[in-house]
Design a protein around this ligand. Structure first.
Ligand code: SAM
Ligand code: SF4
Length: 326
């Protein structure tokens, strides 16, 4: 079995696939409220093209796939893609990142197609605040969505909370309390002030150590092992007697670059080897011309940077995560 190893010895086995740049939300930290231009349909990879790319990477050691966006559940018939990726020999794990709005309606269908697990974004548990952060009023209950995903058999259920000082940090305890009763993994993410986010600055970043201190009144927190599958860059804790765990994801105060095992595929078919960097290789056009993509993967990995520049605060020109499949 061949493996994809980059120039720093990191084994690449995880691909994040953005299936659309569009979204039914406009989260404060992710997209401008208005005036976005979407990729033309023809530029976006078809499900067949995405499955073909996964099929070529699997023999090179790709094992895990995450479907993301934009909001992946707004692309029609997402279950078709999941069925196709599930059929690729060697793929062991398929995860979905979603804002959860369509989960109650879609969880059973996605699970039946072969989806293993979800990461759901939820930045508030209060309806009016959800609408204020998402800047769209779509009725949506994050707890109901997570319960629907759990009933459908998706496991583990991870809930990602981007913590913003003065905006939702008064809900830290409410989110943490969910783990006492539910076997969910609530992960607090440090805000990354990237892209063109005029309303958010470094002042809104709440360091994860502060998050830990602020949820401490709920009980005794002890370090915990990561959830069974897909242990990405998070530190985990559990309150004594709790069903679920608390995770901390700290892009602003730590880097994970030395253990980075992932690459990204943008909706228009570019392979990006680092979330924060300009390096990308166009796979779509060679694929459409029927060319062999393997030399392009090998070249892309040879150029995967050792680490990103986020901590050096070179964030001005970085693309928002919705564009690169955060
Ligand atoms: N729409 C899906 C969702 O919201 O989960 C998938 C795409 S979204 C870009 C992926 C993740 O990136 C979400 O968990 C979101 O909270 C996170 N994200 C986006 N912009 C961010 C930022 N500036 N700082 C921290 N996390 C961010
Ligand atoms: Fe949409 Fe997800 Fe970005 Fe929010 S974080 S605007 S839900 S892509």
């Amino acid at each position: 079995m061949k493996t994809l190893v980059d120039q720093f010895g990191r084994r690449i086995e995880y691909l994040r696939i953005s299936v659309t740049d569009r979204c039914n939300f406009r989260c404060l930290y992710c997209m401008p409220s208005e005036g976005l231009e979407w990729l033309p349909k023809h530029d976006i990879l078809s499900y067949e093209e995405i499955a073909a790319i996964v099929g070529q990477l699997a023999p090179l050691g790709l094992r895990r796939v995450r479907i993301t966006g934009g909001e992946p559940t707004i692309r029609p018939q997402l279950e078709r893609l999941i069925t196709m990726v599930r059929a690729v020999a060697g793929i062991e794990d398929i995860a979905l990142s979603t804002n959860g709005v369509k989960l109650e309606a879609m969880a059973d269908t996605l699970r039946a197609a072969g989806l293993d697990r979800i990461n759901m974004s939820a930045d508030s548990l209060r309806p009016e605040r959800i609408a204020a952060i998402a800047r769209r009023s779509i009725p949506f209950d994050p707890v109901g969505a997570a319960l629907a995903a759990q009933r459908a058999g998706l496991d583990p259920i991870k809930i990602n909370v981007v913590v913003m000082r003065g905006i939702n940090d008064d809900e830290l305890e409410d989110f943490a309390r969910l783990t006492l009763q539910h076997a969910w993994h609530v992960r607090f993410i440090e805000l990354m002030p990237v892209g063109d986010l005029r309303s958010l600055t470094w002042e809104h970043v709440v360091p994860s150590d502060e998050v830990l201190a602020r949820i401490a009144p709920l009980g005794t927190l002890r370090p915990a092992t990561a959830p069974r599958r897909g242990n990405g860059p998070a530190r985990y804790y559990r309150f004594d007697g709790a069903a679920g765990t608390i995770g901390l994801i700290t892009p602003m105060t730590h880097t994970y670059c030395d253990t980075c095992n992932r690459v990204r595929l943008t909706a228009d078919g570019r392979l990006r080897t680092c979330l924060f960097g300009d390096h990308e290789v166009n796979l779509r056009d060679p694929l459409r011309r029927g060319e062999d993509l393997v030399p392009l993967y090998v070249q892309a990995l040879a150029e995967k940077p050792r680490e990103h520049a986020l901590l050096q605060m070179k964030v001005g020109g970085l693309r928002a995560l919705s564009e690169v499949g955060g």
